[in-house]
Design a protein around this ligand. Structure first.
Ligand SMILES: Cc1cc2nc3c(=O)[nH]c(=O)nc-3n(C[C@H](O)[C@H](O)[C@H](O)COP(=O)(O)O)c2cc1C
Length: 178
């Protein structure tokens, strides 16, 4: 591919701004990112907002709900937070909006792990979206919670996300030194 082709490709894929940008410390870099989806019932959105991940240096991106909205394009490593749909039909467990986002190879390249939500009323299908994405994208299924989650869920997810990206950063720094 020529340089011209590369530039054109980059121009076509305009990167999205975070819905909630990380509050990086002065001179400090962004630690990591979370990408989430939430439907009109907004349970996952409320969960994410109550985690205040931006205060921990985490960029938060939201996958658009409606097809008319501009597509989400990310180029940084992220953990995906996804509610389960489909009512027990495995083909529909992952929301179409999330499938569309992950069908873009450039977006899929950044996924590091998945956190799923759901409702225990769905029995066997509880949080099935996490199993499906974990298997398809070959990333760990890191955590699951019900509906808007509890205070304990929020604490565990926030700590888990921060620890994951801190360890990743340390490992990269060690590799760069050796
Ligand atoms: C039509 C419908 C189907 C659902 N199917 C499942 C399911 O198969 N498994 C599950 O664990 N939860 C299921 N849920 C529960 C949602 O995952 C749960 O309500 C979630 O918190 C929705 O998140 P959101 O409001 O951010 O979209 C379903 C909910 C609806 C409305």
């Amino acid at each position: 591919m020529s340089d011209m082709d590369t530039q054109d490709t980059q121009r076509e894929r305009e990167l999205s701004a975070p819905e909630i940008p990380a509050e990086a410390e002065e001179g400090g870099a962004v630690l990591g990112a979370v990408v989430y989806f939430s439907s009109a019932s907004e349970n996952t959105s409320r969960f994410i907002k109550n985690c205040h991940l931006e205060k921990q240096g985490i960029n938060v991106y939201r996958i658009p709900l409606r097809p008319k909205e501009p597509a989400l394009n990310v180029d940084e490593p992220y953990i995906l937070v996804v509610p389960t749909y489909g009512g027990g039909n495995p083909k529909k467990a992952v929301p179409v909006q999330v499938k569309k986002f992950l069908n873009d190879p450039a977006n899929r390249a950044g996924i590091q792990g998945v956190i799923a939500s759901g409702n225990t009323n769905f029995g066997e299908a509880f949080c099935a979206a996490g199993d499906m994405i974990s298997a398809k994208c070959k990333v760990p299924f890191m955590y699951y919670f019900e509906l808007m989650g509890t205070q304990q869920d929020r604490e565990k997810v926030t700590r888990g996300v921060v620890d994951f990206f801190t360890r990743r950063k340390t490992a990269q720094a060690n590799t760069a030194q050796s």
